[in-house]
Design a protein around this ligand. Structure first.
Ligand SMILES: [Zn+2]
Length: 67
């Protein structure tokens, strides 16, 4: 089962940002908008959705089908 961490961090500009990070990913994520995974940033809601190194979210959204 896919699990995600929801962690509140601080943005570089100050203020809280919620980071959504895949658990037990094969690479560690940083709580920053410039994380290696190029997180999707929602400036209005201040949410940074990180991408997993193993591409697990693509299966969830149906962008990619397991073969
Ligand atoms: Zn990341």
């Amino acid at each position: 089962m896919t699990e995600w961490h929801v962690i509140t961090g601080e943005s570089e500009a100050g203020g809280d940002v919620t980071h959504i990070i895949p658990t037990e990913d094969i690479r560690e994520h940083t709580l920053r908008g410039d994380c290696w995974c190029e997180p999707r940033l929602d400036y209005e809601d201040r949410i940074a959705t990180h991408r997993s190194a193993d591409g697990r979210e693509q299966f969830e959204t149906g962008e990619r089908k397991p073969t």
